[in-house]
Design a protein around this ligand. Sequence first.
Ligand code: ZN
Length: 302
Amino acid sequence: MVEVSKVAENIYMIDDQLYSIPKYGSVYLINEEKKVLIDSGPTTSANSVLNGIKAVGVRPEDIDYIIVTHIHLDHAGGVGVLLRDMPQAQVVVHYKGAKHLVNPAKLISSMIADQGEEVMIRYGEVVPIESGRVQAIYDGDTIKLSDRQVLKFIDAPGHASHELCIYESRNNGIFAGDAAGVFIPEDEILLPSPNRDPEVCVNTLRRLMELNATTVYFSHFGTSNKVQQILQLAIDKLQVWNEIVDKAIKDNMFESASERMVAQTCAELEPVRKMKPLYAHMINHLVPLSASFHIKYYQRKA
Ligand SMILES: [Zn+2]
């Protein structure tokens, strides 16, 4: 069964059943004269994505671009496999990520270093992409999809140095990738992503606020129309963690800081308990990973 919903004019959200968890991974299809997929999901999600595209009434062979918000394998790992069904598609990626799609060895080893060997079972095979099909993108670049729809790319470092947010003019929306955190639309809960550089992350969030967009499309998961409020919330969440870490630096107690960050965030997740697989993933994996990234950043700095 495939879950697809129309989220804006000519924009559809496909639940890619990331890691077999419902409501955790969103792949978006923009159905203009030129057809675009925003993120591919990992290879293990490829069938869900292909079925989602077909459910909208679009043929995979008519996709013009796969744009990846960043190259992490839950967003871009499935591109190589999807391209087999999308002979016309060009892959659009942040210039810092382009070479890693052509030769994914380093990308794979860094994902394993962060999350352990077994993580590759969740992502599946990573098929290298021919360099001729990869288009490197810089801040401010645009792609016109129709007279009414132009995409503009925004360099969005913080979660990753190779992250792009994509502004779409037709609905005044932003595809946020992982730059604004992990959202649970049912309960309007927002959690920090595992961020490489939480300070740069805040700058990116401020830059996104300047766009005055009216919709934000999360990669994890769903959409919201309370854009400014959510972006401010994302900043506030990082600052709450900063305060905990700040105190820990003074007392030299990083261990207990991590426990406090995890405990506080897990308490907020109580309403999500009903969504069992999602809740389990967040408690056991996402929240501890995000907290440890946050602390590591400040440890390196200190
Ligand atoms: Zn992600």
